[in-house]
Write a protein that binds this ligand. Structure first.
Ligand SMILES: C[S@@+](CC[C@H](N)C(=O)[O-])C[C@H]1O[C@@H](n2cnc3c(N)ncnc32)[C@H](O)[C@@H]1O
Length: 259
């Protein structure tokens, strides 16, 4: 029972921890002599928070993320790589040809570039400074229909805007080659425990505002399978998690149908 109570409070600790970085971001903005900036306050805040939070999160999810990313091959679309904490887990050439990292939050780019260099991916990784919804820019960057072998979304689909979400996902689906793979690890709405789902609903009041648009209770596991035709959908709950987990994850692979 105690474990369960502690788990229910986890999002509250996270919000509290995140608040500290809000003050830090505010302080930095007040000290900054520049009057123009290419990021919003919310983006700068999230970048500071995520630089601290990503490494322990990746360690916690290590088993799933490492198994998932070991399947990357060819031309890869890495959606929302953030500060790049998962990059050491990507395979190297020749398994991979090129990785395009779509990261709209420019406050994260310096740290992301450091992670790219540290992972030995400098020659094959290009940061694209826009979001997954920007199909025109994707095409201009050479990512045409059916040109991508692997799409990676690790802890990202919770952060895409609700409005037009399915359309954005359909747009990404068109980028995949037939037989291409979409690799997923996402926290989702708890569909096994009404109490946890209700608590998620409560946390959701504060969550997007403080965490750069993240949704604690998105039904990604229901939405993603219906955006296209798949030959394989092996999205499963993370095994170690209890049915009452306040931030349950699903992970796995969807393989685009060949016809
Ligand atoms: C919780 S972070 C996860 C970062 C990284 N995938 C990881 O696991 O460490 C969510 C990321 O999604 C990015 N993001 C938000 N909206 C996006 C969009 N429309 N397209 C692509 N990335 C987006 C954010 O900027 C942020 O870097």
């Amino acid at each position: 029972m105690l474990t369960r109570m502690v788990n229910y409070l986890q999002p509250a600790y996270l919000l509290l921890f995140c608040t500290i970085f809000g003050f830090k971001a505010l302080y930095q903005r007040l000290l900054s002599s520049s009057t123009t900036t290419n990021t919003t306050f919310r983006e700068a805040w999230f970048a500071l928070f995520w630089a601290y939070w990503a490494p322990p999160s990746t360690t916690a999810d290590y088993s799933a993320v490492s198994r998932l990313l070991s399947q990357c091959r060819g031309t890869i679309l890495d959606i929302g790589p953030g500060t790049g904490s998962t990059l050491p887990l990507f395979p190297q050439t020749p398994a991979i040809k090129h990785i395009y990292g779509l990261e709209p939050n420019r406050s994260m780019h310096a740290e992301l570039q450091r992670s790219i260099d540290a992972a030995g991916l400098s020659g094959v990784y290009t940061i694209l400074p826009f979001g997954a919804e920007d199909v025109e820019k994707l095409r201009a960057a050479g990512i045409t229909e059916g040109s991508v072998d692997t799409i990676v979304t690790v802890r990202v689909l919770c952060s895409l805007e609700e409005k037009g979400l399915e359309k954005v996902l359909e747009g990404l689906y068109t980028c995949l080659k037939p037989g291409g793979e979409w690799l997923v690890l996402e926290h989702v709405r708890n569909w096994k425990s009404g109490v946890s789902a209700a608590l998620q609903g409560f946390y959701q009041i504060f969550w997007p505002g403080m965490l750069a648009g993240c949704n604690i209770n998105r039904r990604t596991n229901e939405i993603l399978p219906r955006v296209g035709k798949w030959n394989v959908n092996d999205l499963v709950p993370v095994m170690e998690e209890e049915h009452w987990e306040i931030m349950p994850h699903v992970w796995g692979r969807l393989i685009k149908a060949r016809k």
